[in-house]
Design a protein around this ligand. Sequence first.
Ligand SMILES: [Zn+2]
Ligand SMILES: [Zn+2]
Length: 641
Amino acid sequence: MVKELTRLNQLSGSSRHRQRKGLQRLQHHLQTSALAEISSLPTKTVAIGNAGLACGLSLKDITSVLEKIETVEDLIHDADHKPSYVVRLVPDKPFVLVEHCCEKSAKYAVQCLTGFVFQLNNGTQLPWYPAFVSCSSPTTVINPPTATRMPPDLVLLPDVITEAEEDRWTQFADDILANMTEGPERSTGKPASTVLKNRTTFHYGYHFQYGTNDVDLQKPIQPIPDMFSNVLQRFIKDDHLSVVPDQLTVNVYDPGQGIPLHVDTHSVFEDEICAVSLGSSVIMDFVSSSKHLPVVLPPRSAMIMSGESRYAWKHGIAPRTTDNLPDGETSWRRSRRISFTFRKVRNGPCRCMYTEYCDSQKGQVSKTEVNATLPNGPSTNTEICSPDVEEKFVHEVYEQIAPHFSETRHKAWPKIASFVSDLLPGSVLLDIGCGNGKYLGSSGGKLIEIGCDRSSNLVGICRERGFEVLVADILSLPYRNSCCDAVLCIAVIHHMSSEERRVQALSEIARVLADGGLALLYVWSIEQNRDQKKSSYLKSKKELKEPSGESSSLIGDATCSLPVHVNRTAFQSPDVLVPWHLKSKQEVASSSCKDGDKVFHRYYHVFREGELRQCCNRVSGVQVIEEYYDEGNWCVVLRKV
Ligand SMILES: [Zn+2]
Ligand SMILES: [Zn+2]
């Protein structure tokens, strides 16, 4: 290419004449378009005559030539200089405008292109006529009016910061890059930074962990520097933002770098996400289930994602060196781009309406907490985002499977029945998590039996059967202190997804028990095959025609997910999702289908030997008086002392 271009630069007399004519025509077309005029001095922008859409050339034809020049320029110029340009074609015009990053690059292009002849596929020869021009309007790439379809709730604010501010912000980033240390902030006073495969980032306010896509709320780092507060206050004043951000991530993208398509984790950041761009324009792709909308982020602009665009669209930047607008008229070679993303860290779960994409509401757990209270094995060290898991995988599921669940719950377990029959006549018995009321009404009027359950549908079934029941959460029972002589709590505490919550449930049981009162607790055991004897749960495997094997699939994300237990097999993990197969004749909304059955997943924490007792020991005012294993369950009898 270089050789070819050099050869063409040796112009003969007649070609010099043609060159003059060509430039005169270019001058004429530029004047009529009022976009630019030829400059006698070198500028950054080059107009090329005989190289436009009206000549039958496409954007791709032009960029393919420019790319070859830039590739050579990359090699001959110093390593720090990454040449970049913006190409703009104008409909029905026989020229193209190319704005280079600097005069040096523009000069190199003019030198290479003078005398260059483009050959069309049909054999037509098009000699190009390049000239420096001064433009009447800046050539910053913006979204053309014809292509401004944007995702709902996305706001793009052009020129939100001045060029002077852009310079200061760029200098700020350069200073940090110059003396950056990797890893979270320690005592250095430098911001936490990460060199990712595709870009360099640093953080203020909170360190964003790329492994878990989370921030550590307990460990705030250096706050967002004051130099950004003017601009942020301006956004608030102009109603672009409703809350002052407290987390800043700075991303530095060299040409060719990008960021994979993603949704910023709902549970980690609030609704509004504001990204200010500096340097190169770039196309950010927004992708929903059925749509793909490319959006240009020009320098000094702010993009504010909220609502649907923030929660339900993925966004990302393709790792490439050249962007093309879909209109076929604008293309540019990227230079370095710096983005300043301002976000507000969220406290508590996300309650957005885009539940399908919501980690808070889907049980796609991304937060991990270290459980400091359980000394045993590593498998219990990861606890999950409790209230969300219980909401999605316990409360909602029981609500939906209530009628079917009730059909399958008739037979009282002998040891539980005998606990009830041993109570003194006239005792008040409270069944917490009473389900369909299997243990209510069994005393034939000997006891005062009341019950509660978290599922209003199950409570409804109890009411139809004439029981004294109400909807209640075990973590906060609506009963007076010491009002019950006995409590049943069967198959409830294993639905609590952290040890703190299990202990809180036990504390509530202790609170409502009268002095000397007894509570019988049943939880599912991780050991289903004890003393060479299979539990009834494992034994009933054959009738259910379940596939055998270990927990294989996972529901959740890469950092923390819940294994899906295979019914009627041994447990592989203490925290699992256990499928509930609902026969397809049931008219119930479901999460997934398999062989016509609707499958729901219930969350369980299955207990190790001694674990329930240890939890009880953390509750004051009660004493474990009995502990036993019964058909795959760990059972404890508590006495209030
Ligand atoms: Zn993002
Ligand atoms: Zn959400």
